[in-house]
Design a protein around this ligand. Sequence first.
Ligand SMILES: *[C@@H]1O[C@H](CO)[C@@H](O)[C@H](O)[C@H]1NC(C)=O
Ligand SMILES: *[C@@H]1O[C@H](CO)[C@@H](O)[C@H](O)[C@H]1NC(C)=O
Ligand SMILES: *[C@@H]1O[C@H](CO)[C@@H](O)[C@H](O)[C@H]1NC(C)=O
Ligand SMILES: [Zn+2]
Length: 495
Amino acid sequence: MILIVLLIEMVEVSVEDGLQPNTHFLHAKDGHTYYLNKVVKGGRLSLECMFYRRKGRPCRGRASVGANGLDFKLKKIHNHAPDHNLIHQRRLRSAILLRCRSGDPSMLRVIYDEERRRLKTPRVAAANIPFVTLRPAMQRARQSTLPRIPKTLTDLDVILRDDKYCFLTKTLDGQDCIYAGATGNEAEKTRCLIFMSERMLKYLARVKTIFSDATFCVVPTDLNGAQVWNLVTLRRHTTIGIGSIIMQSKSTECYRAAIKGIKHLLPSFNPQTIMCDYESSQQKAWALEFPNAERYGCLFHASKAILKKAKEKGLIPYIENNQHVDLAVRCLCALPLLPRNCIVDGLLQVSEAAFRKGLWSVMESLFKYVFKTWLSASRLPIFSVYECKDRTTNCCESYNYSLQTEVKTTHPNIFALISALVRLEDNTVQLLHVLSPGGNPRRKRKASVLVNDSRIRGLSEDLNEGNITRYKFLRQASRRMQGLYNDMLGPLKDN
Ligand SMILES: *[C@@H]1O[C@H](CO)[C@@H](O)[C@H](O)[C@H]1NC(C)=O
Ligand SMILES: *[C@@H]1O[C@H](CO)[C@@H](O)[C@H](O)[C@H]1NC(C)=O
Ligand SMILES: *[C@@H]1O[C@H](CO)[C@@H](O)[C@H](O)[C@H]1NC(C)=O
Ligand SMILES: [Zn+2]
């Protein structure tokens, strides 16, 4: 095997996997393909033609090459023409079969064409192994390696802990594994399977702010999982996916089981700031497991809910045609920008202004909704995002989008979901290298976003020093989140 390692580096000879495990073809620059015969004195490698032992008309072609891969010499001539395409055929064939074995759910035809294009296989070479010829081998590769589809999370856990199937969760560089284990139990509907590589777990130990969100469309239909819960963080404004948990239910207890599982894997896990949407079981679980962490909802989710309610109350035409209604609704969406202890008063000032403009009858029910729903005992403490570096869980949306893109279909088969998670982990590890100290930040933020951010901070200072009223703060700060407001309002106007 040491030889093989040496050979990989070779320049006049390149190595491809053979058809049998642990065999290798050596493609030489002369267009012939050889097997390694033996190592001769002085370290040179003696090669024999791949047809050396062919029945019928064997070829006695022989060659040798230095251990450094240079100085290729033909020793005995071949009885057939060279074939410069063979190397491309072999390469294409092994890339395609490898992808079939990986559990990639794409159609076989798509895999064939994508690999052919990726490897830039010459047309003549690919024509020698057309799709129809390769299809049976592709089907075998796909079926031979995957276990039967599990019906429960416990079944899946048993499969994933089996050495035979460790290839399913091994990271793409082979150095880690993304399956961290199971917690909770089926009877209580709190079973959770945690997908988080050890290196991401290590990274999590340093993470101060964590974002979380659940998604349903990637959950396999025939598994007893209710949702996939993603943990995400931001580094230099770039989304970093930490890991995903397949959860049996959406109950508080199930969320707690998931969090406890992570605590068990990483006893030092202690986020200082937690941000997620307003789903109460999720918020409650975080609160119970980390009572000292700062918890926040998401400005985006809150504003969106308020605007949806405005639509329900028939206010969209008013928003479009009456600038005072538009202003009042915009201020309501900006309420989370106020410090927690100013929010009730902020709402009061917005409604007083609306009253003075004669809009009370139009807007009364929306004000009441905001008061009852968002200023309630459980929501108010997490409503404000004042002084948060990031005010939304948009990074979760972007992670969800990447996951969806990798999975390709909704409700994929479980092995396709796992292989998507493996690829995402690889992307994340790569990204962390790019973002490592001294590396280039990947994403430049738009100047207008930066300016608006700093204006909101300035307004907060004015507010603190008592230079402006809460209403004036809301009027001006809400202008600075006009982009978000327009994005949310647009689709509501259309239908
Ligand atoms: C995740 O993305 C999919 C597709 O892009 C979308 O349908 C779904 O609503 C998203 N889920 C969440 C929780 O954002
Ligand atoms: C607030 O007002 C005072 C006096 O009018 C002024 O000196 C101070 O700079 C103002 N603060 C801010 C943050 O603008
Ligand atoms: C930033 O503020 C300006 C002025 O209020 C506004 O026009 C613009 O839409 C804001 N940008 C974003 C991204 O919200
Ligand atoms: Zn030969």
